[in-house]
Design a protein around this ligand. Structure first.
Ligand SMILES: Nc1ncnc2c1ncn2[C@@H]1O[C@H](COP(=O)(O)OP(=O)(O)O)[C@@H](O)[C@H]1O
Ligand SMILES: [Mg+2]
Length: 304
C-alpha cells in the first residue's frame, strides 16, 4: 500500500530512497603523488547485500575501502556510508561499521580473549566475546597471547574484532589471506551467517573462488575504476559467457563462439566428421568466471 504522508516533499522521499543503500559512491578520486589510485569509481551497495570488490593488486581496493571507513581522505567524489559522509562521521556512526583491515593491528601482549573483550567495550551493543571467539574458531586459543598465533589464527582474530560490535556494515579487506582451505570454508560459512542476520558486507578479494562463493554481486576494479559489475553468473559482457566450440578439420584447429552450440555441433557432424562419424578434437567450453575475470583485468595498465 502506498500512502502519502502530509508534509513529506518529493525531495524528502527521494532522500529516504537513497538510505536503502548502505554505500553510495559517485566519482571517487584519490591520488598519491603522481599515482592516481582511485580514478572515478562508482559503487552502490544495498542493505543486506554481500558485494565483492575484485581486482588485481594495486587496483585501488584498499584505498577505496579506507575512504569508506573514514580512515583516508579523498580528493573528490560523493561518498555516503550508512547515510553519512565518512569524512565527517562521528563515534555513533563508527560504532555501526566493522572493519577488518588488510593488515593486522599489533597488540601482541594481550590474549585473544582480552583483545576481543576490550574491543567489545567500544560498542553500545556488542556480541558476547566468547561466542565471537568460538564463531571464528579460536575457542582453544582464547587464553593464548596474540603474539603466539599463526598467520591464519591472527586473521581470524581480526575478523572477531571486526564483528564483535555487531556492525550493520562490515568491511573485509582480503580477509582470508593466509587461511588454509578448511579455514577458508568455515570463514565463508561465518560470513553467510552474518549476511543472514542482516549484516551488509563489502569484501575485497583477488580470489575469484571466494567472490563466486560469497557475493550476491561482484564488482571488478582495475586502474581505480569499475570495469564490470554483476552477479557471479552474469559478470562480464554477454558474449564473454558465450560458449566456444572448437574442433579440428583438415589438420587445422577451428573455433567459433555461439549461443547455439548444439546446432553447430550437429552441422559439424554432417560436414566435418571423419569416416568414423567423430569430429576431431571436439570441445564445447563455456567460459568460467575466471576466464571472464582474466579477460577483464588483463588489458594493459596505462602508466600514469
Ligand atoms: N599510502 C600510499 N602511498 C602511496 N601510494 C600508495 C599508497 N597506498 C596505495 N598506494 C598505491 O595506490 C595504488 C592502489 O593501491 P591499493 O588501494 O592498496 O590497491 P589494492 O588494495 O587494490 O591492491 C597502488 O599503485 C599502490 O601502490
Ligand atoms: Mg589491498
Amino acid at each position: 500500500m502506498v500512502t502519502t504522508t502530509p508534509g513529506r516533499t518529493p525531495a524528502r522521499r527521494a532522500a529516504d530512497a537513497t538510505t536503502e543503500l548502505a554505500v553510495r559512491v559517485r566519482g571517487l578520486h584519490k591520488r598519491y603523488g603522481e599515482k592516481q589510485a582511485v580514478d572515478g569509481l562508482d559503487l552502490d551497495i544495498g542493505r543486506g547485500e554481500i558485494v565483492a570488490v575484485l581486482g588485481p593488486n594495486g587496483a585501488g581496493k584498499t584505498t577505496t575501502v579506507e575512504i569508506l571507513e573514514g580512515f583516508r581522505e579523498r580528493d573528490a567524489g560523493d561518498v555516503q556510508v550508512l547515510g553519512e559522509d565518512p569524512a565527517h562521521a562521528d563515534r555513533a556512526w563508527r560504532a555501526r561499521i566493522g572493519v577488518v583491515a588488510q593488515d593486522s593491528r599489533d597488540r601482541a601482549e594481550l590474549t585473544v580473549a582480552e583483545e576481543v573483550r576490550s574491543t567489545a567495550r567500544y560498542y553500545p551493543a556488542p556480541a558476547d566475546p566468547d561466542e565471537v571467539i568460538a564463531a571464528v574458531g579460536l575457542a582453544e586459543k582464547a587464553r593464548a597471547r596474540v603474539r603466539g598465533l599463526s598467520g591464519g589464527q591472527r586473521r581470524r582474530l581480526d575478523v572477531a574484532l571486526g564483528i564483535v560490535g555487531r556492525p550493520e556494515l562490515l568491511f573485509l579487506d582480503e580477509p582470508t589471506t593466509g587461511f588454509d582451505p578448511q579455514a577458508r570454508r568455515s570463514f565463508w560459512g561465518l560470513v553467510r551467517g552474518l549476511r543472514d542476520s542482516g549484516t551488509t558486507i563489502l569484501l575485497t578479494t583477488h580470489d575469484l573462488d571466494e567472490a563466486a562463493h560469497l557475493a550476491d554481486r561482484v564488482v571488478v576494479v582495475r586502474g581505480g575504476r569499475v570495469v564490470a559489475s554483476g552477479t557471479p553468473d552474469t559478470l562480464g559482457r554477454p558474449e564473454a559467457r558465450t560458449p566456444v566450440v572448437s574442433w579440428t578439420a583438415g589438420g587445422e584447429s577451428r573455433s567459433e563462439r555461439t549461443t547455439a552450440p548444439t546446432a553447430l555441433v550437429a552441422r559439424l557432424a554432417a560436414t566435418a566428421a571423419g569416416p568414423d562419424g567423430e569430429i576431431a578434437d571436439l570441445r564445447v567450453v563455456r567460459p568460467t568466471l575466471e576466464d571472464v575475470y582474466l579477460e577483464l583485468v588483463s588489458h594493459e595498465e596505462t602508466d600514469r
